[in-house]
Design a protein around this ligand. Structure first.
Ligand SMILES: Cc1cc2nc3c(=O)[nH]c(=O)nc-3n(C[C@H](O)[C@H](O)[C@H](O)COP(=O)(O)OP(=O)(O)OC[C@H]3O[C@@H](n4cnc5c(N)ncnc54)[C@H](O)[C@@H]3O)c2cc1C
Length: 415
């Protein structure tokens, strides 16, 4: 029986396995770490004395592949969010608070209602985003739309910064347009904010591993792919340190590792070269009653404040400017902002700052152009990962779609 080897047990690799695991194929997942999940997982943080996620992850209800993944492994109920789309905001400079409430349905009548839209904006302002939808290939947001004004500062800038993890002015208009089409343009039902309330591993990773094992998939940890031997137009063998695994004529390989790893294994492969950081801050404190589960923050260092039952957590995207800032300084600065934004008055509680330097590839037109397609130049090798050509920025949704795409390509490829 032909063997399918999947390298990397992040969401992309797991999604590929999920699509292929029907019991009729031999599938092995090789993962270099001691656990699965890659950039989307939970871990026990000794400083806080609790399990937290490697980063706060926000999804939207329009992320259909992510929801399909969860449905398949029986954990869709782990994603929680409000019944209707709503996003609470505070502007720390003016202390104004508002709640953005897009209505269900494709006709956006919410922009005509004062209470549902951003304060100090007019309905016509919202049309400023439309040129994105017809922007030429290779355009940045700044080339495609007006990146200034109240609505930009209070809606489009935070929305696109969070989604692209890149300063939006330099972001690719094509990816921003894709996000708009799949979420806001479809109406409120496609943009309810969702989080894995009991952790990313409980929602995505543990149930997926359980499902795959039940389907006979072998998952091997601490197995780092260190080399791919190419013969003609095929991957002929895989090296895992001193061990060599020869690939049979019918065997297939899905490479679902991060971009820099793929580039080192296959030097001729085009891959994104620039990355952007994300900083997360966690504070061990029970959130005050009435705090929204997610709060958008304008004019602060912090951008999004998440209220989990046992902690307050902050996300800062495109955070390269903060990488050199001492952790103690960041923890104190963000805590002072939390005190302004909430009813919390207590001194700095136990905290943790996590700086992910290469959280995602930079979602610029130049990096987008370096993303390779699913089918590689080698007949038996397929690529998956949030950095491959999905049309989306590096997100859970993009990673899962890339895995589904790789599985479908493998099943239909007649090369
Ligand atoms: C801090 C942070 C916050 C984020 N926030 C959000 C968010 O709010 N919403 C959202 O949708 N997305 C968010 N993302 C992005 C999302 O987490 C990623 O897009 C997604 O997890 C990428 O999955 P992947 O499978 O493509 O890659 P990875 O998760 O990187 O998986 C690759 C796997 O390959 C393994 N590997 C590496 N090298 C080898 C090797 N040589 N041999 C074998 N295995 C190897 C790795 O250990 C890893 O398990 C965030 C990411 C970070 C880091």
């Amino acid at each position: 029986m032909a063997h399918i080897h999947i390298v990397g047990a992040g969401l992309a690799g797991l999604a590929a396995a999920l699509r292929l695991a029907d019991g009729a194929r031999a599938i092995t997942i090789h993962e270099s770490a001691t656990q699965a999940g890659g950039r989307c997982r939970s871990y026990f943080d000794a400083t806080l004395g609790m399990e937290i996620d490697n980063g706060n992850h926000l999804l939207l209800s329009g992320n259909h592949a992510a929801r399909e993944f969860l449905r398949a492994v029986g954990s869709e109920d782990q994603l929680v969010g409000p019944e209707r789309a709503e996003f609470a905001f505070i502007d720390l400079a003016t202390r104004e608070r508002w709640t953005l409430q897009p209505n269900d349905g494709a006709i956006p009548w919410w922009i005509f209602q004062n209470k549902r839209r951003v304060p100090a904006t007019k309905p016509l302002d919202y049309f400023s985003v439309l040129p994105l939808l017809t922007a030429p290939k290779g355009a940045t947001l700044k080339q495609a739309m007006r990146c200034e004004g109240v609505l930009w500062e209070r809606l489009w800038q935070p929305f696109f910064l969070a989604a692209l993890n890149t300063q939006p002015e330099e972001g690719a208009a094509s990816m921003a347009a894709r996000l708009l089409r799949e979420t806001l343009a479809k109406g409120g039902e496609a943009c309810r904010p969702l989080v894995a309330a009991r952790g990313l591993s409980t929602a995505f990773i543990t149930p997926a591993l359980r499902y795959l094992e039940a389907k006979g998939v072998t998952i091997r940890f601490e197995r780092r792919l260190s080399g791919v031997t190419v013969a003609g137009k095929r991957a002929a063998a895989l090296a895992f340190g001193p061990e060599t695994l020869a690939l049979g004529d019918e065997d297939r390989l899905i490479l679902a590792v991060p971009a820099p790893v793929a580039a080192s294994l296959l030097p001729s492969l085009p891959t994104p070269q620039a990355f952007r950081a994300i900083v997360n801050a966690h504070y061990k404190i029970v959130p005050p009653a009435g705090l929204p589960p997610i709060l958008g923050v304008i004019n602060g260092t912090m951008e999004w404040l998440f209220a989990f039952p046992d902690r307050l957590s902050v996300t800062i995207s495109g955070a390269d400017r903060l990488i050199a800032t001492p952790r103690e300084e960041l923890a104190a600065q963000i805590w002072s902002e939390i005190r302004l934004a909430t009813e919390v008055a207590s001194p700095l509680p136990a905290w943790q700052i996590i700086k992910e330097k290469r959280a995602t590839f930079a979602a610029t037109p130049a990096e987008d152009a370096r993303r390779p397609p699913t089918q590689s130049a080698l007949a038996n090798l397929y690529l998956a990962g949030d950095w491959t050509q999905t049309g989306l920025p590096a997100t859970i949704e993009g990673a899962i779609r890339s895995g589904f795409k790789a599985a479908e390509a493998l099943l239909t490829d007649r090369r």
